[in-house]
Write a protein that binds this ligand. Structure first.
Ligand code: ATP
Length: 213
């Protein structure tokens, strides 16, 4: 059975930093969609005893593993910010493991949910994900809104947030790749009717794709 047959109908939910992916995923979960969060999986892989820790220590050295056995995120962030080949090496360790675990979680969730939503911040940037989802749902807002939200949430300064935004796909690229767009500029409650409408559409698509199998 191929990964897509195991998973069934799959939506990739993406958007820039602070656009509101988690908030939107929570709304879909309330509707009954299964949510598989790639960031949460990455976190578990690099937590104490996580399945990627040994490979990271082997490639980068023990100095990147903290006393508690978790990845030293701050140290690694500084390294990959400054070194593209280190970034690629870290991704080559994490991405295949994230995908494998995500597919496993989605296959398990299929028993109690009509379809699955993979929350993938860098979906547009990553060919591996684009090919595995049936629809791309974009949470979109202006860079100014992203900046204000992330500064408020993380207490980051604006320059750091702008640097992160500049390293991600451009807003126009995301909009071009998306099948569905949720504009998240106003109050979150305003998104609810559109989330409900999209949920009903995805349930119908899922039924249609199951009938074709
Ligand atoms: P990241 O990419 O950094 O994980 P994200 O895309 O998952 O972020 P959220 O964590 O959902 O974004 O939202 C970022 C912050 O903005 C959170 O503190 C969230 O509560 C807030 N937020 C999201 N949408 C809105 C909104 N429409 N109105 C007000 N605050 C919002």
């Amino acid at each position: 059975m191929s990964p897509s047959e195991a998973v069934g109908f799959a939506v990739g939910l993406t958007g820039g930093i602070g656009s509101g992916k988690t908030a939107v995923a929570d709304m879909f979960a309330l509707q009954g969609a299964a949510i598989v969060d790639s960031d949460a999986i990455a976190h578990a892989l690099t937590a104490p005893g996580g399945a990627a820790i040994a490979a990271i220590a082997e490639r980068f050295g023990d100095q990147y593993i903290g006393a508690d056995g978790a990845l030293d995120r701050q140290r690694m962030r500084e390294r990959v910010f400054a070194d593209a080949s280190a970034k690629a090496a870290l991704e080559s360790i994490l991405h295949p493991r994230i995908r494998e675990l995500a597919i496993g979680q989605a296959a398990a969730a299929r028993r109690h949910s009509p379809y699955v939503i993979f929350v993938v911040p860098l979906l547009i940037e990553s060919g591996g994900w684009r090919d595995r989802v049936d629809r791309i749902l974009l949470v979109d807002c202006s860079p100014a809104t992203q900046e204000a939200r992330v500064c408020a949430r993380n207490r980051f300064d604006a320059t750091l947030v702008r640097t992160i935004i500049a390293q991600q796909a451009r807003r126009s690229e995301r909009l071009q790749a998306a099948d569905d767009v949720l504009v998240n500029e106003g109050p979150l409650d305003q998104l609810r009717p559109r989330v409900e409408w999209l949920h009903r559409s995805y349930c119908e698509y899922a039924r249609g794709s199951a009938d074709r199998l």
